[in-house]
Ligand binder design. Sequence first.
Ligand code: GLC
Length: 422
Amino acid sequence: MNWRDGFTIPTSNLYPFQWNWDSGFIALGHYYANPAHAMRELDSLFSGQWENGLVPHIIFHSEHEETYFPNFDFWHSNVNPGAPARPKSSGITQPAVHGFILENLLDKSPDDQDLLAFAKSLFPKIVNYHRFLYDYRDPHKEGLMFIFHPWESGRDNSPLWDESLERIQIKPGDLPAYQRLDTNIADPAERPTAEQYDRYVYLLLMGQRHRYDGPGIAEESPFLVQDDMMNAILIKSNESLIRLGKRLKLDTAELEEWQAQSMKSFKEKFWNDDLQMYTSYDLRGEKQIAMKEIGGIIPLYAGIPSQEKAAALNNHLQELHASGYYLCPSFDVQSPAFDSCRYWRGPVWPHMNWMIYHGLKQYGFQDTAQIVKADTFEIVDKYGFFEYYEPEKGLAQSLKKAYGGANFSWTASSVIDLIHNP
Ligand code: GLC
């Protein structure tokens, strides 16, 4: 239903274009029905790659769609001469999942000649993307990339970003008039607030003034964060690309250098002993963002924690399970900022569960992995393929549906792939 001749939309109406990290997970699902579509999906995404290596967070293949804001005519990606004229795109990025997705596809069919040829052609493009992240998003050369817009994190309205966003004070007349369209389609109670939205627009326009890649972004942006999940995913993809490169006899020296430095800095900078969890780092405020949030669990999937730290993350999940929550709520259920139905402030997201499931398995936490999988199946079975789900089991009982968009592509893909993973 969501296939659009070469790429897959996340869901109709709400997200009518191609989204960066969605496409990665979506490729996994396509693989079982039609491997050619899995490859097309990724090819289409990388057809929007910029000369500087950026893979944008949205690719506007279908320019006639008018149900989305901010559309390509608001992003004006042509302020950067290296942005392709077509397909049009946004000017920010999203989590770099493509390295590990590509390896996962090849693991499913190691001798498939079409897939091998495809992997050889995609490999340098993904490396180029990682090079962009290290060259343009790591001003202190720590091996850790920053984001300058919450939408880059993939966890758009997480409470993690609240303090940084509050630095942005918007006065009347500061922003051009705009009309958001998401709240016409989805319930406003499940979407970001108007004030939050103004700040998103502010940061977008700030990026635009700097052609979306200029050094002025790091100097000026009130929102400048090294996100734990984005960096964990980058590390995971580096590792996959190194293994793949060796398998395909391609050069991996540069990747190995990045990887060593990223691993080291990640371990030094992001662990929080009080929380017993990883945290993101606010580069502008020069401090950890000390909150328990789902991104702090994803390093499991990247093999970053020691066995002891992994056990702390596992305990955290077991406690949530014992207290009547579906795994894994996207935000700290004890926090006043927790909001069980609002987007990234509490609900469960199946593609996040996919990564956490694999991370738990890698560390030998079979029980918890099986709970994550069983919970995912239970909520999807009950409500269908939604965007996100109520985490409080008691409350979920009384609901007839889940949250956000319906018939959601990466939800379906993650479930299909989990079905194939014992
Ligand atoms: C929302 C999510 C983002 C996702 C997009 C498309 O913006 O926060 O992570 O990529 O929807 O599904």
